[in-house]
Design a protein around this ligand. Structure first.
Ligand SMILES: *Cc1c(COP(=O)(O)O)cnc(C)c1O
Length: 367
């Protein structure tokens, strides 16, 4: 059994992918070739976003947004503590301050009550120039954008949606890509929409920011490639990646459906034994349960041929590279780091395989 099964996917789309890569080899426009514009158009259509700017990775997408927002050293950005490092890394790379907020134990996403308290505390202390919020759609479940958008607007903060794990999901019938001021995603191969390497994208309704992002993506170019009006990076998505993602986008909805069905069955057959995720709008990038005595469960599952993963074994404020200035109590994030366990949920997991996982998990927690 595999935790992520990209080979089964390749067997289905092989002809399409080989032909798409071959077209790139024929035209040789490896940088910003026609497939990139084609993908950006398709992603606008899929998400409903007015502007899509593809990027070299999900991390570069976040970095490019902060560069376009002109984040300055000492500017502070709020980030949930239970997330992948990239969400906070980009702030620190630009010399900014990360202010961590705890997450909710039911959705794993940022706790909006604690967010409000943190904003008041930071503003009250008046030490930091608080600029914005990076919300994260952990494991595929969109954060609570209805509340987040109100908080961001009332406090004059930018709101970035880090949708690296949630591409394809919807909230209140609106697709991911339309929440917050701007949304970033990742096409890392194991994400719901993956490429054949690194890749990412940015979605926004704001034409001004979209224009800046296109400049930032190419070393801050101005009227032409050798006028530099700001600092930027080499942030472009490779044409070959765009060609591959164009193929995978066509089967995404089918795959999301398969993931959702797997999640529903896990919920139905595991909820009496372990804490199951409370997600309803998820892209199901991960199916993450909570168990006590996790080490014993992991080794029992390993012995029975079930691969698992731990996202994440430490909250970010517990990491050496992300030590906050003041000791913070982010107790839910810390507790989740002790208890979370992700089970196989890729779209090609068979019913028999899922039965094996369910049986083994039930037996493991009974031991
Ligand atoms: C994967 C991920 C990223 C970074 O994406 P890359 O394409 O790997 O750079 C950022 N944020 C979150 C929450 C992620 O899961």
């Amino acid at each position: 059994m595999q935790f992520v099964d990209l080979k089964s996917q390749f067997n289905i789309i092989e002809k399409d992918v080989r032909a798409a890569i071959d077209r790139v080899l024929q035209h040789q426009q490896f940088i910003m070739g026609p497939e990139v514009a084609e993908l950006e158009k398709a992603l606008c259509a899929y998400t409903g976003a007015a502007h899509t700017i593809t990027a070299a990775s999900g991390t570069d997408a976040l970095l490019m947004v902060l560069l376009a927002y002109d984040l300055q050293p000492q500017d502070a950005v709020i980030v949930p503590s239970f997330t992948f490092a990239a969400s906070a890394e980009v702030v620190k790379l630009l010399g900014g301050e990360v202010v961590f907020v705890d997450v909710r134990e039911d959705t794993f996403n940022i706790d909006t009550d604690k967010l409000t308290e943190t904003i008041a505390a930071v503003r009250g202390a008046n030490k930091l120039n608080l600029r914005g919020i990076i919300a994260v759609d952990l494991f595929g479940q969109p954060a609570d954008y209805v509340v987040l958008q109100t908080i961001a607007r009332d406090n004059e903060l930018f709101l970035i949606a880090d949708a690296a794990q949630s591409f394809g999901a919807s909230l209140n019938r609106k697709k991911v890509g339309g929440f917050g001021d701007i949304t970033t995603t990742s096409f890392f191969p194991a994400k719901p929409l993956g490429g054949g390497g690194d890749g990412g994208a940015i979605f926004t309704a704001d034409a001004n920011i979209a224009k800046k992002l296109i400049s930032v993506r190419q070393h801050g170019m101005g009227k032409d490639r050798y006028e530099h009006v700001r600092l930027g990076i080499t942030g472009r998505l490779d044409t070959i990646q765009a060609a591959i993602i164009n193929c995978k986008l066509k089967i995404l909805d089918k795959e999301l459906d398969a993931r959702r069905k797997l999640a529903e069955r896990y919920n139905a057959e595991l909820a009496d034994k372990v804490k199951v995720p409370q997600a309803t709008d998820s892209a199901w990038a991960q199916y993450t349960i909570r168990v006590s005595k996790r080490d014993a469960v992991v080794s029992y599952l390993r012995d029975h041929g079930i691969p698992t993963a731990i996202y994440y074994p430490r909250a970010l404020h517990q990491q050496p590279a992300y030590q906050p200035r003041e000791k913070l109590s982010l107790s839910i994030a810390e507790q989740l780091a002790q208890e979370v366990l992700s089970l196989p949920i890729h779209p090609y997991l068979g019913a028999d395989e899922q039965s094996q996982v369910i049986k083994a998990v039930r037996a493991a927690v009974d031991k």
